[in-house]
Design a protein around this ligand. Structure first.
Ligand code: HEM
Length: 345
């Protein structure tokens, strides 16, 4: 136990069990909500819980099927191509800000069904989403909520709720089965979930692979090896280090009491020596199952999109085919944000 009432699960099998134990719920559903935004977030999590059979989960799943992703792929490819050119033409770049983040924003706006002409208006709003949602969830949230930001976000999403994408589908669901006023907060939660892990993953995996010239060249020569190499990067370096659950009922013969926190350490489970040979080594051909997308009914609903986008994004960098001297990256780079890939602890 880390502190009274906090437990850490760090081995693979126990992590799987914890992630599928119905007595352990998402931490955000523990407390009474400190403000209307936090209450909307709690309703989103309920809607996303398969046990509640909310129509919204189905609607989101329908926007992320292989067929739906296939329809987006040509545009995602074109965008990745333009960003690769910009990246290679730049003298010094931040791989996260100049490449991964814009590509990810483009993806989420296309899924939501926002017209390209309106993208610029969403650019800054998407950047400010995470700090504002965090603020709304903090104990001091009610006082610190940036009402002007949420008003702008609400206005921007409402303007596109009649389009043909996920925003319109969510709007229809909420008219039928939930407070329609939840649309902006549900769109915000979707946008956050869809961008917060994949953007650092793309930047960090590209950086990590390119920093090993033999691996990079090997992938250039055999691009079909990229998906397993990325899967191993997910095991090796999960963007979300842990899932924070809370006991809704006694677990483990009461050793975990109602209200206790259970931190399911995905990074530690992914390196469980009982399951992975040389767990601390990155082996691009390992092809081993990991827990980075979670596990069980609450596992990431966007994992196919995540895999598609990461392969496509890093595939473009590999295709650019720039020769690079030993010890140098194949593209210019000045920094990665210091916290890339690290979840809050
Ligand atoms: C490498 C990239 C990604 C990783 C590692 C990842 C990981 C996860 C994990 C572990 C969860 C469960 C979280 C929990 O129970 O607290 C989750 C939930 C979710 N993910 Fe992903 N994800 C990624 C990319 C994506 C993408 C690209 C999308 C959509 C396009 C997406 C959409 C969602 C949604 C909607 C949820 C559930 C709702 C929520 O947590 O708010 N994810 N993801």
């Amino acid at each position: 136990m880390l502190a009274p009432g906090v437990h850490r699960v760090g081995d693979y099998r126990s992590a799987q069990r914890a992630l599928t134990d119905g007595r352990l719920v998402h931490w955000l559903r523990r407390d009474s909500a400190p403000n209307p935004i936090a209450a909307g977030i709690a309703r989103w999590l309920d809607a996303m819980d398969p046990a509640h059979r909310h129509p919204l989960r189905k609607t989101i799943a329908a926007a992320l099927t292989p067929a739906a992703i296939g329809r987006l792929e040509p545009d995602l490819n074109a965008m990745a191509g333009r960003l690769t050119t910009r990246l290679l033409d730049a003298g010094e770049v931040d791989l996260f800000q100049i490449y991964a983040r814009p590509l990810t924003k483009f993806m989420v706006l296309r899924i939501l069904g926002i017209e390209e002409a309106a993208f610029a208006g969403f650019d800054d709003l998407l950047d400010r989403l995470e700090p504002n949602l965090r603020q709304a969830l903090s104990p001091a949230g009610s006082a610190g909520v940036d009402q002007a930001f949420f008003a702008s976000w609400t206005q921007a999403t409402a303007a596109h709720a009649q389009g043909g994408g996920l925003l319109a589908a969510l709007s229809a669901d909420l008219r039928a089965a939930g407070p329609e006023a939840d649309l902006p907060i549900f769109a915000a939660m979707f946008a956050l979930a869809a961008t917060s892990n994949i953007a650092p993953f793309i930047a960090q995996a590209a950086h990590g692979l390119a920093a090993q010239p033999d691996v990079w060249r090997h992938l250039q020569a055999e691009p079909s090896r990229l998906p397993p190499a990325l899967e191993e990067w997910l095991r090796f370096c999960p963007p979300l280090a842990f899932v924070h659950l809370v006991a809704a009922a006694p677990v483990n013969d009461g050793r975990i009491a109602p209200g206790d926190s259970v931190l399911v350490a995905l990074d530690a489970a992914n390196r469980d020596p009982d399951l992975f040979e040389e767990p601390h080594a990155y082996r691009p051909d390992r092809n081993a199952a990991h827990l980075s997308f979670g596990h069980g009914p609450l596992a990431c609903i966007g994992m196919i999109m995540a895999r598609t986008l990461a392969s496509l994004a890093i595939g473009h960098l590999l295709d650019a085919g720039r020769p690079f001297a030993e010890g140098q990256l194949p593209y210019p780079i000045v920094n990665l944000e210091p916290n890339i890939g690290e979840a809050e602890r």
